[in-house]
Design a protein around this ligand. Structure first.
Ligand SMILES: NC(=O)c1ccc[n+]([C@@H]2O[C@H](COP(=O)([O-])OP(=O)(O)OC[C@H]3O[C@@H](n4cnc5c(N)ncnc54)[C@H](OP(=O)(O)O)[C@@H]3O)[C@@H](O)[C@H]2O)c1
Length: 275
């Protein structure tokens, strides 16, 4: 067993990539303190599971207080996340707010609690789960895409500020993995058959669902994160994606918006043939 004395706090660890990453870290010898809303406290599968709602300042403070009583963090891995599927026009402000509050401000809240603890200890590692959607947009995932772009920009700032204190920051940028639950992917309330976007929406959400269901192995991702956290130096960005998703990022970066938009639109929005 390696890293026997090291402690990692993992948010969003009740399912999906958070759970797989937490288990990989546990298997690698880390003491794992896991947080999620559905946890009620206690030990599960060799991890300490504490209740945590990252949208609630008091819950974040209480999680950190209780976790610190057990063991302060050498590393923080932030996986808590959700998305709302819907058109830009019909996704409500409240639905946008929910996604930003969980995915972006949830990480900000956790970091504000953890940074002083890591500074006092002379360092630490913070991993924030972004996404390929932190690098490029796809149709009908605007709230999620905006939240992940926010994390990307925020992490660049944080990395520079925290470095003098020995704190390293990494953005994990997964492509599609077979892990997410539909529970965390609700449709915007307005996305009914009466929506002017209904046909394109149906095509895009079917594609999104297909790609996630047939995505990469979440165990492999968990092990990759655990391996990176074992290193002395961690990179600012680590993309963990299939070759076609690496290619999509390349096309987005180097071929410019019109080409990228045409490629992604034809991939996600299939036009029904004229009758
Ligand atoms: N799956 C993929 O293909 C994929 C691709 C790229 C990026 N990601 C990112 O990876 C992370 C995990 O996604 P996933 O799809 O694997 O997981 P998921 O199955 O959708 O699980 C989401 C996790 O977040 C927790 N969560 C949600 N809202 C929360 C809140 N307010 N406070 C605390 N915890 C909260 C959930 O637990 P509770 O309900 O118990 O709170 C659950 O553990 C997310 O950040 C996601 O954006 C996933």
């Amino acid at each position: 067993m390696k890293n026997i004395q090291k402690t990692v706090w993992v948010t969003g660890a009740s399912s999906g990539l958070g759970l797989h990453t937490a288990m990989a870290l546990r298997d690698d010898g880390w003491q794992v303190i896991a947080g999620a809303r559905s946890f009620t406290g206690g030990q599960k599968d060799g991890m300490t599971c504490l209740p945590l709602d990252v949208t609630d300042e008091e819950s974040v403070r209480e999680f950190c207080r209780r976790a610190e009583e057990i063991s302060p963090p050498d590393a923080l891995v932030q996986c808590a996340g959700m998305l709302v599927l819907g058109s830009c026009e019909e996704t409500s402000t409240e639905e946008f707010r929910r996604v930003m509050d969980t995915n972006y401000l949830g990480m900000v809240r956790m970091n504000r609690e953890v940074l002083p603890r890591m500074r006092e200890r002379g360092g630490g590692k913070i991993v924030m789960f972004s996404s390929i959607n932190g690098l490029l947009g796809i149709p009908f995932q605007s709230a999620y895409t905006a939240s992940k772009h926010a994390i990307e920009g925020y992490a660049e700032c944080l990395a520079m500020e925290a470095k003098p204190f020995g704190i390293q920051v990494m953005l994990a940028e997964p492509g599609d993995h077979r892990s997410g639950s539909d529970k965390y992917r609700p449709h915007a309330a307005a996305m009914t058959d009466a929506s002017p976007y209904a046909e394109a929406y149906e095509s895009a959400t079917a594609r999104i669902h297909h790609d996630e269901t047939n995505g990469s192995d979440p165990d492999v991702l968990g092990r990759k994160i655990a391996k990176i956290l074992d290193r002395k130096r961690i990179p600012l960005r680590k993309r963990i994606a299939s070759p076609d998703q690496h290619l999509a990022v390349y096309v987005h970066r180097f071929l410019g918006s019109p080409t990228n938009g045409a490629v992604l639109s034809s991939y996600y929005i299939s036009k029904k043939k004229d009758k």
